[in-house]
Design a protein around this ligand. Structure first.
Ligand code: BG6
Length: 510
C-alpha cells in the first residue's frame, strides 16, 4: 500500500490544511538550561501549543542540576517563550502548557536521580493521560550521550510498555569524524532501536528545504534537465554574517566544515541530487539519499578543490567587528576554520562530471542560504555577438533563506530594434505567493518526532556516509596547519575564488 503519514482521527485525510495533532505524549529535555533549549526548543513547544498541535495533557519535563521548583522552571520557560516564540503570548495557552510542566533536579550519572525521573513520568502518565509516550530530547554535548542513554536504559525509561512508545531526539554534532560517529551511533542504538532515534538536522525542518522535493518531483518542468547533460555545476552556499559571539567554546576545534557541511550542506546536496523516491515515506526517501551520498566523493587534488579560512577584523555593513583570534574564548593559535569550501562529485550517470561546490562561513557579506543549479550554455547561439558579455548561463536558484523562494534566470530580448539578448530573473517568493506563515524548523521537527514521522530525520547511515565524504578533506586540512585569512564582511578567502577560477567558473554573488 502507498505510504500515508500517520493519521489523526480528527483529520480528514483529503484536507491538507487541517493540522496534524500529536497524540497523548510528553517530552523530557536534558540540557534544558542550555542555549538551544532556551532559544529554540522551548519557544517551539509553546508555538506548537499555540497552534493547537499538542495533545491536551501534553507534559514538558526539564531535567538538570539546578535546584529548581516547578515554579522556577515555569518562570524560566516563560522568559524563553516571551523572548523567542513566533506566536503571540496568550495567557490561556501558557497556563495550559504550564500546568503540565515539571522539573526534575538530577545529575546525568546518578541512579537515584533517574529513578526519580521515572517515578515522575509515571505520576504524570496517571494524572495527565500521557499514556507512557515519552520523547527524550538530548540537548546535551555528545560526550554526555553515553551517560544519558545508559541511565535511560538502566532505569527502564527507554523501554515502552504495551502500546506506548519511547523515542530519543538527538542533536548534532554526531561525532567529529566517521569513527566517532560510529561509536556514538552504537551507543544510542544499543539502547534505542533505529526507528526510535530522531536525529535533528534543523535544515530539513525548513519549508524551503522541503520545497526542493516539491519543486523537483511535483513538477514536470525541472526533471528533464536535472542531469549532467544540461547542468554545468551546482553551488550550495550557506553564508552567515554573524561571528562566533559567545559560541567560541563550542566552535573551537569543530569549525565550519564539521558544523555545517557535514550535516546541513550534504543533506541539501542529497535532496538536490537524489533520484525520485517512490513515496516520501522515511524508508524510501532515506534510501534515495543514502544512494546518492554513497556515490558522492571529494574531488582531488584537495589543495586545489577546497578552501578554508578564518575571519579577521573588518566591517559588517556599518558595524566594525573584531577578528576571530580576538573573540573571547577562542584560542588565537587555533587552526579551526570559520570558512570552508569544497568540491564534490557524484559518481553516477545522472551527475558524472558535474561538480557540486559547497561553501559556508561566518562573518561573510550577508546571511543567505541558497542552492544555484547552473545550466550549460546553449550549444549554438544564432544571435551572434549581440549577446556576448550580457548573457550568462541559465540558472535555477533555490533561496532557502532569507527571502525564501525560487529564482529562474534566462535570456530575454531587450526591447528595441536590435536583436539583443540579456539575462532576466523570474522570481517566486514565498512571502508573496502564500498567506500562511512557515513554521519554525524546530516546531516542525518536534511535532514530527511526536507523530513518529521520520522522513525529515537523517538515519545513522546518512550521518556516517556524510563523515566518509568529509573525512579526507578534514585530514588533509589537519596536515596543512593554518587556514587562510579573510576580512569580515567579504565572501571568504582568496583561495575560495581561485578554486572556482581553476575550473573556469565563479561563485554567484547572492
Ligand atoms: C547550526 C550551526 O547548525 O546552524 C550554527 O551550528 C549556525 O553555527 C546555525 O549558526 C545556522 O542556522 P540557521 O537556521 O540560522 O541558518
Amino acid at each position: 500500500m502507498d505510504y500515508q503519514p500517520p493519521s489523526n482521527p480528527l483529520r480528514d485525510p483529503h484536507d491538507k490544511r487541517l493540522p496534524r495533532i500529536a497524540g497523548p505524549s510528553g517530552m523530557v529535555i536534558f540540557g534544558v538550561t542550555g542555549d538551544l533549549a532556551r532559544k529554540k526548543l522551548l519557544p517551539a513547544v509553546y508555538d506548537l501549543a499555540h497552534r493547537g498541535l499538542l495533545p491536551a495533557g501534553f507534559s514538558l519535563v526539564g531535567y538538570g542540576r539546578r535546584d529548581w521548583s516547578k515554579q522556577d522552571f515555569e518562570e524560566y520557560v516563560r522568559t524563553a517563550v516571551k523572548d523567542g516564540a513566533r506566536t503571540s503570548f496568550r495567557d490561556n495557552v501558557w497556563e495550559r502548557l504550564a500546568e503540565g510542566m515539571e522539573f526534575v533536579t538530577g545529575n546525568l550519572d546518578v541512579d537515584e536521580d533517574f529513578d526519580h525521573l521515572r517515578d515522575t513520568l509515571r505520576n504524570i502518565d496517571s494524572s495527565r493521560g500521557t499514556a507512557g509516550n515519552w520523547a527524550f530530547y538530548l540537548s546535551v554535548p555528545p560526550a554526555l550521550f553515553t551517560d544519558v542513554c545508559h541511565q535511560l536504559d538502566r532505569s527502564g525509561l527507554a523501554e515502552a510498555e504495551g502500546d506506548s512508545w519511547r523515542r530519543v531526539i538527538i542533536e548534532k554534532p554526531f561525532g567529529h569524524d566517521l569513527e566517532s560517529a560510529k561509536e556514538l551511533n552504537e551507543i544510542v542504538n544499543s539502547v534505542f532501536p533505529e526507528n526510535a532515534v530522531f536525529r535533528i538536522d534543523h535544515y530539513l525542518g525548513k519549508e524551503t528545504v522541503q520545497n526542493i522535493m516539491a519543486l523537483r518531483f511535483a513538477n514536470q518542468l525541472f526533471e528533464p534537465f536535472w542531469n549532467a547533460q544540461f547542468i554545468d555545476h551546482v553551488q550550495i552556499t550557506m553564508a552567515e554574517d554573524i561571528g562566533l559571539g559567545g559560541r567560541a567554546g563550542y566552535y573551537d576545534g569543530i569549525g565550519a566544515a564539521r558544523d555545517v557541511i557535514q550535516n546541513h550542506l550534504l543533506q541539501l546536496l542529497a535532496l538536490v541530487a537524489m533520484d525520485e523516491p517512490r513515496t516520501i515515506s522515511p524508508d524510501e526517501l532515506q534510501a534515495e539519499k543514502v544512494k546518492v551520498l554513497r556515490a558522492a566523493k571529494p574531488v582531488y587534488p584537495l589543495g586545489k578543490t577546497t578552501a578554508r579560512g578564518q575571519y579577521t577584523a573588518g566591517w559588517q555593513g556599518s558595524k566594525k567587528v573584531i577578528g576571530l583570534r580576538d573573540e573571547e574564548g577562542f584560542d588565537p593559535d587555533s587552526n579551526t576554520e570559520t570558512f570552508a569550501a569544497c568540491t564534490i562529485e557524484i559518481e553516477n550517470r545522472r551527475w558524472a562530471g558535474v561538480p557540486f561546490y559547497l561553501r559556508t562561513g561566518k562573518r561573510l557579506g550577508r546571511r543567505v542560504t541558497e542552492i544555484a543549479v547552473v545550466l550549460k550554455n546553449v550549444p549554438h547561439n544564432p544571435f551572434g555577438d549581440s549577446t556576448v558579455g550580457t548573457l550568462g548561463p541559465n540558472a535555477v536558484v533555490i533561496r532557502v533563506q532569507p527571502d525564501e523562494g525560487v529564482l529562474m534566470r534566462f535570456g530575454s530580448k531587450v526591447p528595441g530594434s536590435a536583436m539583443e539578448v540579456r539575462d532576466v530573473n523570474m522570481d517566486f517568493s514565498y512571502r508573496e505567493a502564500f498567506t500562511e506563515e512557515s513554521p519554525e524548523a524546530y516546531e516542525r521537527l518536534i511535532l514530527d518526532a511526536l507523530l513518529d514521522e521520520a522522513s525529515l530525520f537523517p538515519t545513522n547511515e546518512e550521518v556516517e556516509l556524510s563523515w566518509k565524504i568529509l573525512d579526507p578533506i578534514l585530514e588533509f586540512w589537519a596536515q596543512r596547519g593554518q587556514p587562510d585569512d579573510y576580512r569580515a564582511g567579504t565572501w571568504g578567502p582568496a583561495s575560495a575564488n581561485t578554486m572556482m577560477e581553476r575550473d573556469g567558473r565563479h561563485w554567484r554573488r547572492p
